[in-house]
Design a protein around this ligand. Structure first.
Ligand code: HEC
Length: 188
């Protein structure tokens, strides 16, 4: 098929009769070529340099975090729900068992504290409200050596062990660690 718009200037003829032309590159081709370069540079600045757009890695991280949240690691729970759980014998039994297996090493058998603070006094480093305690247990205090239990135990078990810790508040077990933090006047 011959294209009448091209000037068919023969520049070279090979021995077997194949002819080569020295035509200008068609505009549509040049536009695609330079357009791709411009697009590539723009794309790079948009996603990598200025990070205006969300890269596929960032989207992946966000989606994983959303799934983790939906699967229960960050399910919001109200203080009242936690207090109700702290009166449910089945939840407390699970919570106590979790405390013995997971928390006792640092908080003592009865919550009086060893490495970690006394959980049976009126003083709290991170707040003595049910939701504050829940948050501390779930997210931990990494720099101070309190692990984040949310990812390891999942929401339901963090709630159960929090419910159990709520029953330890103000029991002032004998031989407990000296108070740390601020005094919390318990409402219930
Ligand atoms: C490896 C040791 C360790 C383990 C295991 C551990 N904790 Fe802790 N925990 C700590 C330390 C250390 C702190 C004090 C953090 C600080 O100084 O801010 C702490 C703080 C806390 C607090 C906050 C106390 C306050 O005064 O505000 C709560 C509540 C708590 N832990 C509950 C738990 C529960 C429940 C578990 C088990 C699921 C647990 N901890 C397991 C070391 C531990």
């Amino acid at each position: 098929m011959s294209d009448s718009r091209l000037e068919q200037k023969v520049v070279h003829t090979t021995g077997d009769g194949i002819e080569e032309f020295d035509n200008h590159l068609p505009n549509w081709w040049l536009l695609t070529f330079f357009g791709a370069i411009v697009f590539g540079v723009g794309y790079w600045f948009y996603f990598q340099v200025f990070q205006v757009g969300e890269t596929s890695q960032a989207a992946w991280r966000r989606e994983v975090a959303e799934i983790a949240a939906r699967s229960g690691q960050n399910i919001p729970v109200t203080p009242q729900q936690l207090l109700d759980l702290s009166k449910d014998p089945a939840v407390l039994a699970e919570g106590k068992q979790l405390f013995t297996s997971t928390c006792m090493a640092c908080h003592g058998m009865n919550g009086g504290g060893t490495v970690g603070p006394n959980l049976t006094d009126e003083y709290w480093l991170h707040g003595g409200e049910p939701d504050k305690i829940y948050g501390t247990v779930r997210d931990g205090v990494a720099v101070k050596g309190m692990p984040a239990w949310g990812p390891q135990l999942g929401a339901t078990r963090v709630q159960a062990v929090t419910a159990y810790v709520l029953t330890l508040r103000n029991t002032n077990v004998p031989g407990g660690k000296p108070p740390q933090g601020d005094k919390f006047a318990q409402a219930n």
